[in-house]
Design a protein around this ligand. Structure first.
Ligand code: ZN
Length: 116
C-alpha cells in the first residue's frame, strides 16, 4: 500500500512540512525571546536553548523546501485523467495536486487505465 501523511500530492506535502518547520522555528524563537522577560536570568539560558532549537527547525524547513524544489524538477508533468488539469507526480505513484486522485505510472498498480 502507498503511504501518504496527508491526503494530498507529495509536492504539496513537502511544502506543508516546510511551512510547519518554519512556523515552529519562529514560534520557538519568539517564546525563547519572551523567556528573557518572564524568567529573568534563567530565561537567558532558556532563550539561548530555544534560539538554537528554532534555528535548527528553520534550517530543516530550508532543507525541506530545497528538497521539494529538487524533487519537483524531476517530477513527471501530466494531465490528470480525473479533473483534466496539469499536475506533477513524484515517483511512480502520487496524488493529483488538485482533485487528490491517486495516479500511478505502474500498470501493475493501476485500477483502471486512462481512456485514450
Ligand atoms: Zn486531478
Amino acid at each position: 500500500m502507498n503511504k501518504f501523511f496527508f491526503k494530498s500530492a507529495k509536492i504539496n506535502e513537502f511544502r506543508l512540512w516546510g511551512l510547519v518547520f518554519t512556523l515552529v522555528g519562529m514560534g520557538v524563537m519568539i517564546v525563547g525571546t519572551g523567556g528573557i522577560i518572564w524568567w529573568g536570568q534563567i530565561g537567558r539560558i532558556i532563550a539561548a536553548v530555544f534560539m538554537v532549537i528554532g534555528m535548527i527547525s528553520l534550517l530543516i524547513s530550508v532543507m525541506v523546501y530545497f528538497w521539494a524544489g529538487m524533487m519537483s524538477t524531476s517530477a513527471t508533468m501530466l494531465q490528470c485523467p480525473e479533473c483534466g488539469r496539469q499536475t506533477k507526480m513524484l515517483g511512480k505513484t502520487d496524488r493529483c495536486m488538485y482533485c487528490k486522485t491517486i495516479l500511478t505510472l505502474d500498470p501493475a498498480q493501476a485500477t483502471h487505465a486512462p481512456a485514450e
